[in-house]
Design a protein around this ligand. Structure first.
Ligand SMILES: [Zn+2]
Length: 167
């Protein structure tokens, strides 16, 4: 079968991300991600869809998936750390992975879920620790390290691979 293939980064568990082939079929676009929550989802793309429509459908799917995944991870880590965020949302940030307001409103860049699980975990912990320390002081990094002992590796990974986390 001959169809155009779009290559996406997917989750590779604890390893570096693996590439997934996403067949762009004529009537639907089926996405496969190797993750526990959603493994397969078909988003509506019509016969006449242009590249931009396909991209929009992908972005919509990622945003929805990102909120589900990030809410689950945030609640899990918040429970461990004994903090309670007031809200969790995803946004289309251009140059940041997340933010935490003084009111405990946490927002993430949806693109982060294209990264491997342990990188996503680091970003979640990074924002939750801001509920205890609204800065990047040594005490702040100490609490990050308590939850993610090798956080420096994830920080570095994000610097190197940031440009690859795109749809
Ligand atoms: Zn920060």
């Amino acid at each position: 079968m001959d169809f155009p293939v779009k290559t996406l980064w997917g989750h590779g568990g604890n390893s570096l991300p693996r590439r997934y082939e996403t067949p762009q079929m004529h009537v639907s676009l089926t996405l496969f991600l190797d993750c526990p929550i959603s493994t397969k989802k078909t988003v509506g793309v019509s016969k006449k869809s242009k590249d931009v429509d396909v991209r929009n459908a992908l972005v919509e799917w990622y945003e929805e998936h990102a909120l589900e995944r990030l809410t689950e991870k945030t609640n899990r880590y918040a429970g461990i750390m004994g903090v309670s965020p007031n809200s969790i949302s995803v946004r289309d940030y251009k140059s940041r992975w997340g933010s935490c307001s003084s009111k405990g409103e946490i927002s993430y860049n949806w693109r982060i879920i294209i990264a491997p699980h342990h990188i996503v975990d680091y970003v979640v912990v990074h924002e939750l620790c801001h509920m205890q320390h609204p800065n990047h002081s040594p005490a702040y990094w100490k609490s990050v390290k308590r939850e993610v002992s090798d956080y420096e590796i994830s920080r570095q990974w994000l610097k190197v691979h940031a440009d690859e986390l795109v749809v």
